[in-house]
Design a protein around this ligand. Structure first.
Ligand SMILES: [Zn+2]
Ligand SMILES: [Zn+2]
Length: 175
């Protein structure tokens, strides 16, 4: 999953390739080092990574500064080596808050915890992967029919109900 980025900083220091997301840009056919957008998207002003406009924070470095581009525009993208220092090993939760007056971005580091859940409606069991701090849900796995015992635990409040849609992160419904 996209939020599980590997700690590749040392390798990146020697990586002389463009920090390209090939879903969004391609190399210019004649100008060396230049890139052309193939679909509308968003460029990180920190590390240059290109990403979806649905997202408000760079999935590569955590920066919230970006510039939007349309299809078929010239986009300048730095090298991986030039931006290696920006890709911290620390991940931040997507659930950020922006102060309405100072416009300061308040964010917290992301530590994923696995939480068993049971849906009392369709009686399905899932393991949800949630932020330990704010319980934002980053995905679920191990879906199956809940056992009678688990349904009893749900009634007794000993097992969680699934996260509402508003707490699902990184699935296209991100803030
Ligand atoms: Zn970035
Ligand atoms: Zn969080």
């Amino acid at each position: 999953m996209s939020y599980q980025r590997q700690g590749t900083v040392p390798a990146d220091l020697a990586n002389e390739s463009v920090n390209r997301n090939s879903d969004f840009t391609k190399a210019h056919p004649s100008i060396k080092g230049a890139s052309i957008s193939i679909v509308p998207g968003r460029k990180c002003l920190g590390c240059g990574w290109q990403y979806d406009r649905e997202q408000t924070m760079c999935p590569d470095c955590g920066s919230t500064s970006f510039r939007d581009f349309e299809e078929n525009e010239l986009v300048s993208i730095p090298l991986r080596s030039q931006t290696a220092h920006l890709r911290r090993k620390v991940e931040y939760c997507w659930n950020i808050k922006v102060d309405p007056i100072s416009e300061d971005v308040v964010r917290h580091t992301l530590e994923i915890v696995d939480v068993p859940t049971v849906n009392g409606g369709n009686q399905e069991f899932h393991v949800e992967h949630r932020c330990k701090v704010c319980a934002a849900c980053y995905g679920r796995s191990e879906g199956r029919t809940a056992t009678p015992d688990e349904l009893l635990q749900l009634e007794a409040g000993k097992i969680s109900a699934p996260s509402p849609k508003s707490r699902m992160m990184g699935t296209g419904g991100a803030p």
